[in-house]
Design a protein around this ligand. Structure first.
Ligand code: GLC
Length: 637
């Protein structure tokens, strides 16, 4: 495939393959003009990123041409509603700051099927949700599949959950309701029964090249010395012996999840095509799963390599051409300092992801709660950079994964403490193994008693809700206060707050009997309950736990909507409260006071000049205040 020539170097940079122009000639003029505009901007960026990775490989030009043609064809295949969404979001990149509120759920546990999710849209609207992350719903591997994170086909919905037609219908229903659908896009690996893996097993050289193979135990041992382990308890090691190939496959996660080889341009091309195809079904956001692991480099731990950012920025370019409405969300569960590059703020500069999980803030909030000491949260916030327009943090309390403690090591080291000790203490606290703790969680992947890993459990169980809750609903008060503290923080700091399904109804851990029926030995099942219909029915009854949790979460949604739904984000300021357990934040006219301690606290904030009507405060244990500044003249206590 040839590139349109031009004598001026500047113009040459902007000329794209003739096949693209041929295609554009068949497109209605206004759309073709808009696509040309996008290409003018994106093509040089795309080419630069791809050149960095694949430039030395034979056939580079036709590889780029194929990608570009696919992106343009995908854009042209978008229906009118998606096209309109694209142009609207393109014109207002700051739309993401308009107070989105997220909700995260498994399809089967929330509503049975994709059609069932459609039927629950009124509930999501009632809660004020505008962004719905449905955990993996694409066809998953047979048998064990890591909760759907071992994908067997990117082009099919998991049959038990519905069809592609159901997915399209759901996306349209959600869009009409003002809710964007987010789908996981598992970039790092596929299931061992995905067609690519099967072809590789059969020895097809094209697909053998889609994976990483090591041919000796020495080579495996050498790499293992450099790598971490994600599931040391249930899936130790990073490689799996594949008898049919007489070789070791790279399997960072479970043995049935084969890591893709992104050094092979065909892998990138196929994955990009799969993503754009899903975008055309109406998926508006992709949670880019395990992004940190995409590039392997000998002599390193193979995490967060620069090539990862070239790959992600190339994907972003393709979306900007084919589906600019799409939001890319990085799932990079890494220390705070490793996250700015996922927004394109690292060595590889340029637009990358729009959103990234702030897992350090989440873990720090839980740590601070266990210690009655706000220092970890304060330290994380002070390391959290401002983001460019059109980018935001995903803030959350719980999700389907464990609370991974190790992301906090740099912050705890900076605070001059022994990270291993503090994290081990937090892990024991949430497993209810420390005097004074009423938490009912469990340590995750804790096979090595010297190493701390993660903690499982639903918010209310970790917050110490007694089980079973007796007739006296008053017993729930301390746990409710702790839950409100954590949720209020995740809503207050800005960004995109995410409600984890069941938390809004105060749902407990999955019970013992049900846990035994779940697949595999994965401890994370503890916090993957089925939506409790009885609790749902009680959500408007303030006498019930469900009613109290629902009212609490709804009021946070409302508060955030009232304050943050206007225009650009307002920078967050952190203050020294003079009290080790109290965190004071200011964001625009709102002042947040978060008391992580379990004893009452007296606080005089007069010196901070926050413009509060009453700067002298008495806080109950774990109390949260979401206050408003008043005119300075009225600020006297
Ligand atoms: C992500 C998912 C997690 C899964 C892993 C492997 O971290 O959140 O649930 O086990 O990727 O796909």
């Amino acid at each position: 495939m040839s590139f349109e020539g031009s004598s001026s170097p500047h113009q040459r940079e902007l000329s794209w393959p003739t096949a693209v122009n041929d295609h554009l000639a068949t497109v209605p003029a206004p759309r073709a003009a808009l696509l040309r505009q996008r290409l003018r901007h994106q093509f040089p960026l795309l080419q630069g990123h791809l050149h960095h990775i694949y430039g030395s490989q034979a056939g580079f030009e036709s590889f780029v041409a194929g990608l570009l043609l696919n992106a343009v064809q995908s854009a042209c295949a978008r229906d009118d509603a998606l096209w309109a969404l694209d142009t609207a979001r393109e014109a207002h990149p700051a739309w993401l700051h308009n107070g989105l509120v997220g909700y995260c759920a498994y399809v089967d546990k929330f509503a049975g099927t994709l059609q069932g999710v459609s039927a629950r849209v009124p509930y999501l609207k009632e809660l004020g949700v505008s962004y719905l992350h449905l955990l993996p719903f694409l066809k998953a591997g047979e048998g064990l599949n890591d909760g759907g994170f071992a994908v067997a086909s990117f082009d099919e919905v998991e049959p038990a959950l519905g069809t592609m037609a159901d997915l399209r219908a759901l996306c349209a229903t959600l869009r009409d309701a003002g809710i964007s659908l987010c789908s996981d896009f598992v970039l790092n690996h596929v299931s061992h029964d995905h067609a690519w893996a099967q072809a590789a097993l059969a020895g097809d050289p094209r697909y053998v090249g889609y994976f990483h193979w090591l041919d000796s135990t020495e080579a495996v041992a050498e790499r293992e010395r450099e790598l971490n382990q994600v599931f040391p308890g249930t899936a130790p090691g990073n490689f799996t012996w594949i008898e049919a190939r007489q070789a070791w496959a790279w399997t960072t996660f479970y043995p049935y999840q084969w890591d893709l080889n992104y050094a092979n341009p065909a892998v990138f091309a196929d994955m990009a095509a799969a993503m754009l195809h899903l975008a055309n079904q109406g998926v508006e956001s992709f949670r880019l799963d395990s992004t940190g692991y995409l590039w392997k480099r000998k002599g390193t731990d193979c995490l967060n390599q620069p090539e990862v950012h070239h790959l992600l920025q190339a994907l972003r370019c393709l979306c900007a051409i084919a589906a600019p409405a799409v939001i890319l969300k990085a799932e990079a569960i890494m220390p705070t300092r490793e996250l700015p590059p996922y927004f394109g703020l690292g060595d590889v500069q340029g637009p990358e992801c729009h959103v990234a999980y702030h897992s350090s803030l989440m873990a720090a909030a839980w740590l601070s709660l266990s210690e009655g000491d706000a220092s970890a949260v304060r330290e994380v916030l002070s390391n959290t950079p401002d983001l460019p327009e059109g980018c935001t943090w995903l803030t959350y309390v719980r999700c389907h994964d464990d609370i991974g403690w190790n992301v906090l090591r740099p912050e705890l080291t900076a605070l001059g403490s022994d990270p291993a000790k503090r994290l081990a203490q937090a892990s024991r606290w949430y497993a209810g193994q420390v005097a004074g703790s009423t938490a009912r969680g469990a340590a995750f992947q804790a096979s090595d008693t010297r190493a701390v890993h993660g903690t499982n459990g639903m918010t209310m169980a970790l917050a110490g809700l007694p089980a079973p809750l007796g007739r006296d609903q008053g017993e729930a008060v301390p746990a409710l206060a702790r839950m409100r503290l954590l949720y209020a923080l995740s809503f207050f700091v800005g960004g995109l707050p995410l409600i984890y399904m069941g938390d809004e109804l105060g749902q407990d851990n999955v019970g013992e009997t049900e846990l035994h029926t779940r697949q595999g030995p994965d401890g994370r099942e503890l916090h993957r309950p089925v939506l409790d219909d009885a609790a749902l029915a009680q959500r408007h009854d303030p006498q019930t736990l469900a009613g109290q949790c629902f009212a609490m979460v709804s009021s946070l949604v409302q508060q955030r909507r009232d304050e943050l739904s206007h225009g650009l984000p307002v920078a967050l300021r952190t203050f020294e409260s003079g009290h080790r357990s109290v965190l004071v934040l200011q964001r625009g006219d709102a002042v947040g006071v978060f008391h992580f301690g379990d004893q009452p606290a007296q606080l005089d904030l007069t010196g901070l000049n926050l413009g509060l009507a009453t700067p002298v405060l008495t806080l109950a244990p774990h109390q949260t205040l979401w206050l408003h500044r008043v005119e300075p003249t009225a600020a006297a206590a």
